[in-house]
Design a protein around this ligand. Structure first.
Ligand SMILES: [Zn+2]
Length: 425
C-alpha cells in the first residue's frame, strides 16, 4: 500500500514554497486538468496554493477569505459537498457546479477499498477519474476506519482493520494514508489522525491527541507533493478545552498550512460543539484556513462561521435529500407528508435551483411515494443549492460587516432543528 515519493523540499524550504511546482508534475494529472474549465490555473508555476483573509466582521469573529488551489480559487466561508466514492450521490458534476459548489470532498477510506488509489492514479488521478475539474479535498480515512470498520486495532504506528467489502485485513499508517492521498491528487489533503468516539474517557482522548500530533509530524514528512497539495492538521481533544488548546499548541509546531477541527459532530450537543469552536478558533493561526470537519446542520455552520471557521463539509444535504428531507430558510420540508399532496408551490419560494424552478412540492412528493430515482436527485440538488445560498449570503454579510443578520434571513440558523439523520458518512 505504501509507496514512498522523494521529498523534493530542500534544506530550509518551508511548506509554503510553491515556486517549484513543475518539478514533480504528473503529466497525466496535468492533462486531466487541462480538459477542465479551470485548466488555465494549472499552468501557473507559482503561488498555486494560498489563503488570504479579505475581511473580518466587526460584530463577530466571522471572516471572508480566499483559498487558491491548483484547480481554482475558493471563496470562504465555503461548504464542500461530499463525494464519498468519487461521486456526489446521484448528481452529475455539471449539476453540482450549478448549485454554486466550487470544491468537493472525497473519502480516502472508501476510495482505497474500491477501486484503490493505485488504479485511480493510473487513470489520471481523482479529478480526471470522476470528471471534476474544480478544487477537491480528501480526508485521510481515519474517521471512517474508526467508525465503519470491524476489528480495529490501534497502535502507535497505525491502525489495522478488516475491510467491510471483502473481509481482508488492512492497515493504514500516517505514511500510507498520505501516500494514498498523494496518488488521488486532491488539492487539499488531511493528516491521518485518531478520532475518539463521544462520549469517551478523558484518558483515551489524551492518548488520541498525543498520537494525532505525532502522526501529523509523520504525515508532513511523508507528504510527496507539497507544491500541489496542501496538508492540513487536525485538532482533537473531544469537548475538553485544555486538551484542545494543548493540541493546537503542539500542531502549531508542526506548522501545517491549514487547521482542521476534528472529533466534533460525533454526538455532542450543539452547545458543546460551539464551546469548543469558540475557545479554539482564536488560538489557531489567524492566517490559515480553519476547517470544521463533518459539520453540519445549517445552524451549526452559521454559529461556527460567526466564531471564525472558514470551511465545512457534511453529507446532510445529499443524505437527507435522498430521504425526502428538504432544507429551507425557515426549516425542513418533509416531502412524504400528506400535506404536500396537492401543493403546487415550489420546494422553497425564491430558490433559483432547477428543482424549485421546474417542479412543485406535489410532484416531488409523488416521486418519493412511487420510489422514482428522480426524487432523491432533485431534492439533493435543492439541498446543495440551499447550503451554497446560505454560505454565499454569509460571505456577502461579512463583506457588509453585519454577519449576524443571517439569522433574520435564514431563521433556521437560529432555531433548534433536530434531525434523525447521521451527519457523517
Ligand atoms: Zn431549490
Amino acid at each position: 500500500m505504501e509507496r514512498g515519493r522523494p521529498d523534493l523540499r530542500g534544506p530550509g524550504e518551508t511548506f509554503y514554497d510553491t515556486d517549484d511546482a513543475g518539478s514533480i508534475g504528473d503529466s497525466r494529472w496535468r492533462a486531466a486538468g487541462r480538459r477542465g474549465r479551470l485548466a488555465g490555473r494549472l499552468l501557473r508555476s507559482a503561488a498555486m496554493l494560498g489563503f488570504e483573509v479579505l475581511k473580518t466582521d466587526p460584530t463577530s469573529r466571522a471572516r471572508r477569505g480566499r483559498l487558491t488551489t491548483p484547480h481554482g480559487e475558493i471563496e470562504t466561508p465555503v461548504f464542500m459537498p461530499v463525494g464519498t466514492r468519487a461521486a456526489v450521490k446521484g448528481i452529475t458534476p455539471d449539476q453540482v457546479v450549478a448549485t454554486g459548489t466550487r470544491i468537493i470532498l472525497g473519502n480516502t477510506y472508501h476510495l482505497q477499498l474500491r477501486p484503490g488509489a493505485e488504479l485511480i492514479e493510473e487513470l489520471g488521478g481523482l479529478h480526471r477519474f470522476m470528471g471534476w475539474s474544480g478544487p477537491m479535498l480528501t480526508d485521510s480515512g481515519g474517521y471512517q476506519v474508526f467508525s465503519l470498520s470491524e476489528l480495529v486495532e490501534i497502535d502507535d504506528d497505525g491502525v489495522s482493520f478488516r475491510s467491510p467489502v471483502d473481509g481482508a485485513r488492512m492497515r493504514l499508517t500516517p505514511e500510507s494514508a498520505t501516500a494514498i492521498q498523494n496518488r488521488l491528487g486532491a488539492d487539499i489533503i488531511m493528516c491521518f489522525d485518531q478520532c475518539p468516539p463521544h462520549p469517551c474517557e478523558r484518558e483515551a482522548i489524551e492518548v488520541a491527541v498525543d498520537r494525532s500530533v505525532r502522526w501529523a509530524w509523520r504525515c508532513k514528512e511523508a507528504h510527496g507533493r507539497p507544491e500541489e497539495q496542501w496538508l492540513f492538521g487536525i485538532n482533537q481533544g473531544g469537548v475538553h478545552a485544555d486538551l484542545r488548546r494543548m493540541c493546537a499548541e503542539r500542531l502549531a509546531e508542526v506548522d501545517l498550512p491549514g487547521c482542521a477541527i476534528g472529533g466534533l459532530s460525533v454526538g455532542e450537543s450543539h452547545e458543546e460543539m460551539m464551546e469548543v469552536v469558540e475557545d479554539l478558533c482564536p488560538r489557531l493561526p489567524a492566517d490559515r484556513p480553519r476547517y470544521l470537519m463533518g459539520v453540519g446542520m445549517p445552524r451549526d455552520i452559521v454559529a461556527a462561521v460567526l466564531r471564525g471557521v472558514d470551511m465545512f463539509d457534511c453529507v446532510l444535504p445529499t443524505r437527507n435529500g435522498r430521504n425526502a428531507y428538504a432544507f429551507t430558510a425557515t426549516g425542513p420540508v418533509r416531502l412524504r407528508n400528506h400535506q404536500y399532496l396537492r401543493d403546487e408551490a415550489p420546494l422553497e419560494a425564491g430558490c433559483d435551483c432547477m428543482t424549485c424552478v421546474g417542479h412543485s412540492r406535489a410532484y416531488l412528493r409523488h416521486l418519493f411515494m412511487t420510489g422514482e430515482m428522480l426524487g432523491p436527485i432533485l431534492v439533493s440538488i435543492h439541498n446543495l443549492r440551499f447550503y451554497q445560498r446560505l454560505t454565499a449570503r454569509l460571505r456577502d454579510l461579512i463583506e457588509a460587516g453585519c454577519a449576524a443578520r443571517i439569522m433574520d434571513e435564514f431563521p433556521v440558523a437560529a432555531a433548534r432543528e433536530d434531525t434523525d439523520e447521521e451527519s457523517h458518512s
